[in-house]
Structures are given as structure tokens and as C-alpha cells.
Design a protein around this ligand. Structure first.
Ligand code: SAM
Length: 288
């Protein structure tokens, strides 16, 4: 048990700084003040953070602290904090630690009796959620799905029973494949793509997952969050469209027609002959 007020006492304190996710006017006056007053800025990418800070007239010595050096960097940051130096930590955009590095740094600080505070700011997940029109009282943040197809689909199946609104981050080069996989596993649920939040081309694309999966890939550029309606208590009907999308997903990973039909029938819990006839109708005249 340990109770200590953040802004009194002797213990050193690390300040996490949330940064804009697009629009620079969302950099809070408090964040700017804290950065101006600190001795060192630890950052995920010192070049990107350097550019951001220089546009606010701030120049500071940087410490690089990213996914691959977080343990060593944490030791250095903690010793500077214990020497009485003021250190901030920021990632490229939004909150550090939210699908970004910083988790091990915070854990090590707390182990060494270094306090932790944060200057608030935007997060893509929350911006997307509150504009989605879906239940925003109960939500589950997944962030990035695993990149490997098997692991991704396994994760989607595990998520498919959750009743909360689901929040995903995704990159433009994987968005269509991910939407197809989601449509295949989650079925005809409502979903929203929140694109380029707080930027000039901010856009919300709303529809069913199947509709979103069929959206032209070249129109899905930039940074995106996917929000998906949670599971309803009624069993979701597996539609022909879902089966066709699931088949397309499996075939894209170079499975044979026969394998794809078997995998989709098993994953969606539908009869093989139904999947087979959709396969023939959509992709081929005969299974190889
Ligand atoms: N730490 C960040 C936060 O608090 O939101 C998230 C960092 S994560 C590495 C980057 C992902 O966040 C992007 O691939 C995208 O899914 C989402 N993202 C970041 N900025 C965004 C924006 N302006 N509009 C939509 N999505 C955004």
C-alpha cells in the first residue's frame, strides 16, 4: 500500500504528455508549459517529437525511448528523475502507452518510487467512439489486431461474444483485409470507420461491416479507427454475403477452394454444402 499526493512531497515525478492526433491546436497549454519547464524530453521518436516541439518554439535535450530500448532507456530516465531532473515522456500522437510504448517505463518508475502524472489530450479511440453513434458507455479497446491471419481470426472469434462496442486501430495497408475478416466473423453488425480525426479530411464512414468491407480500398487512406457494435443477445444470422466475404478472405491467403470451404463452414458453424454452393456461385464453377 502506498499513498502519496502527486504534487507534494519529495519523490521525483515522470510526466506523460498526450500530444495532438492531427490538429496542432489540440496541444494543451498545460502540456506546452510542462514541456517548456522540463530538463529532458523522452520520446518514442525523437525526430517527430523534435519537429512538434519546435513548432511551439521548444528545444530540449531528447532521450530516445521506444519499443526496442524501453528497459535501458527507463533506467536512464529514472536515474535522471532521482537526480532531481524534470523529465516528460511522449509518443508520436495521442496518449503514450495506448497502442504505443511507455508501459514498461511507467511500471519501472512506480517500482522505484518515482511518481507518474499525465497532461491530458486527445486519443483517436475516444474521438472515434464518441462520434460513432454506437454505445459509448460500455466499450472494449482492442487496438491493433495481430498481423498474422490465424492469430487475427482467433482473436476476432474471441471478441465476437463481447457485448461492448469494440474499438480497433488499423493501418491503411491492412484495412480492407481486416474489414473482410471482421465481416466474416462478426456478421451484419453496424460499424464505423473514423478516418483522419481532427484533420482537414476527417471522415466517418458508417454502415454494416459487410458494406464497409466492400468499400473501395483506394478511398480508405490515412489514419483510421474501426468501431464495431457489440454482440447482441439474439443470435446473429450468417448471411450469404458473410460467407462470400469469409471465402474471399481464406482464398486470399492461398488456400485451395476445398480448404476454404471447409474452414469457412467450420468457423461460421454452417453446412458445408451451403458454403460450397456460394463458392461456386461467387468464385468458380467447380471446386479444385
Ligand atoms: N497513442 C495513440 C492514441 O492515443 O490514439 C495511438 C497510436 S497508434 C500507434 C496509431 C493508430 O491510432 C493509427 O494506426 C490509427 O489507427 C489511430 N490514429 C491515430 N491518429 C489518428 C487519427 N488522426 N485519425 C484516425 N485514427 C488515428
Amino acid at each position: 500500500m502506498n499513498r502519496e499526493l502527486n504534487f507534494s512531497g519529495q519523490s521525483p515525478i515522470l510526466t506523460l504528455v498526450a500530444t495532438p492526433i492531427g490538429n496542432l491546436q489540440e496541444f494543451s497549454p498545460r502540456a506546452i508549459e510542462v514541456l517548456k519547464e522540463c530538463d529532458f524530453v523522452a520520446a518514442e521518436d525523437t525526430r517527430n517529437s523534435g519537429k512538434l516541439l519546435s513548432s511551439f518554439g521548444i528545444e530540449k535535450p531528447f532521450i530516445s525511448c521506444h519499443e526496442h530500448n524501453e528497459e535501458e532507456a527507463s533506467e536512464r530516465i529514472i536515474s535522471l528523475l532521482k537526480e532531481g531532473k524534470k523529465v516528460c515522456y511522449m509518443s508520436d500522437a495521442g496518449y503514450p502507452l495506448i497502442s504505443d510504448p511507455g508501459g514498461r517505463l511507467v511500471a519501472r518508475c512506480l517500482e522505484h518510487n518515482v511518481k507518474v502524472t499525465v497532461t491530458s489530450g486527445p486519443s483517436a479511440a475516444i474521438n472515434a467512439l464518441v462520434c460513432s453513434g454506437l454505445d459509448s458507455n460500455h466499450f472494449y479497446f482492442e487496438g491493433f489486431l495481430p498481423p498474422k491471419e490465424n492469430e487475427r481470426n482467433e482473436e476476432l472469434r474471441a471478441l465476437s461474444v463481447r457485448k461492448e462496442t469494440l474499438i480497433f486501430y488499423e493501418s491503411p495497408h491492412r484495412i480492407t483485409r481486416t474489414l473482410i475478416a471482421m465481416a466474416a466473423v462478426f456478421g451484419p453488425r453496424k460499424a464505423v470507420i473514423a478516418r483522419e480525426l481532427t484533420k482537414l479530411h476527417e471522415e466517418f464512414i458508417r454502415g454494416s461491416l459487410v458494406e464497409l468491407a466492400l468499400e473501395k480500398e483506394e478511398t480508405l487512406k490515412g489514419e483510421m479507427v474501426i468501431i464495431v457494435e457489440g454482440a447482441s443477445s439474439q443470435k446473429e444470422e450468417v448471411t450469404d454475403n458473410m460467407i462470400a466475404l469469409a471465402l474471399r478472405d481464406e482464398l486470399e491467403y492461398e488456400r485451395s477452394g476445398k480448404e476454404a470451404v471447409e474452414v469457412v463452414a467450420k468457423n461460421l458453424g454452417v453446412k458445408k454444402n451451403r458454403v460450397y454452393s456460394i463458392y461456386l456461385r461467387t468464385f468458380k464453377t467447380k471446386v479444385d
